[in-house]
Design a protein. Sequence first.
Length: 500
Amino acid sequence: MIGAAVILPGIFGYSSVIGFISGADPGANFVISALAGFLIMVPLGFIYILMAGAMPRSGGDYVWISRTLHPIIGFVAGWGLWVSIVAIVGLDGFLTGSLIIPISLVSFGSALSAPSLISLAAQASTPTGAFLIGLTMIALSSLIIIPGARAFSRIQKTLFALIMLGTLISFGVLLTSTHQTFVNSLTGFAGTSISYNGVLSQAQSAGWSFAPVALAPTLTSIPLSILVYNGFNYSAAASGEVKNVRRSMFVGIFGSLVFALVITIVGVTLSLNILGYNFIQASFFLGGGFPLPAPPWMPLFLTALNQNIAVVSLIQAAWIISIFWNTAAFLLVATRYVFAFSFDRVLPTRFADVSARFHFPLKASVANFVLAAVFLFIASYTPWLGLYLNSVTIWSILWVVVSAVAIALPYRKRDLVSSLPGARWRVPLLSIAGVITLPLMLAIFYWAVSTPAIGPSTLQADSILAVIFITGIVVYLVSKAYHKAHGINLSDIYAEIPPE
């Protein structure tokens, strides 16, 4: 559930692929891009499976790096990932008010012939509207994780079932429709003057021209597909709480990765057949000038194709629920990093306290909620978070370091790896996966810092990236000095692998 919820296979997942790639790389082949991104992620998945089996601990890669390479490298890498995760939660909150809710309001307003709901979409997407809606979403998502792992699992499975139901219905709508059906149904949709040819003409007047499918944009879109899969390995952060960890990690990591690939390919293929690639490109080219009071994402067009209120309700429910499913998984992972930092005494140990009632680190959860709310405020009222936070670079740096750990572990922790079941084949496989993954992750890092479509590549973005990592270094050094003054050597703590 952690891996799948972070990747978000379903309506949101395949809609995201269409939205991100159409705007950044028009002319890309979605299916080839998705397959290439999948193949690049496979060796990284092997590393996380094998490392989680070797060191199944809360904090996952933070623990592996800090115990294998150096404590400060591990903490700074883990700190950067934690900050990026909580920032994404803040961005998810902003998207809830600016994208998800407006699309649902327009969809229900059209299906119910309720213009007031359509008008309300514009209010939801204002900075204040987006902030209040986003804050509510983050708070409710926090409540999903607080009752503990068992309750989290049950709730997430229920949400997953509802999301898959809505996704399958969306496939049914697309399979029972034709391109001409969509052209006809779009005319006058939601009480507007929109039409299929009108969108194309408006985009052409604004300077757009159709980009046919070609190799060059397909290749440049691969990093975007990789980003869609980011998080399939996040279950390793909670591997200390997983039963039969070696088998479970294999199923969880590769299961979520393969499932996301299948749902993505089916969803984007059906969508392209019905909408037409030219219409998709034109819609995203128009951006804020699109002639509907909500962005041109698939749930909106699914409503145009089928306005049966039961169908609309199930599809929109899956669309809205997706963000809660996703945010809850991100928040749970974030608490494990805070817990691990605090257990190692780099952060105040109170954040490693576990509630006797819920068996959950409540203080860590509160810290994540507060920081996510700060990021949400920044995203709602300023352009800084979206324009200047290059999360992709942070992830790629972490993946580069994890690849180095996979190569170094057999030599740095010989006793540990030799005691693993199947060490004779696990150790060589881990090293091989590291050798394969390292250049791939370096390539992703290069794409991240050189391609604006992947992540902001500006002086401001580089400055914020530097501040994040420098802050991690400062926190570690200050904590080390503080504990040294009180007779505690952090290096001694990092010499031991923490208990499960």
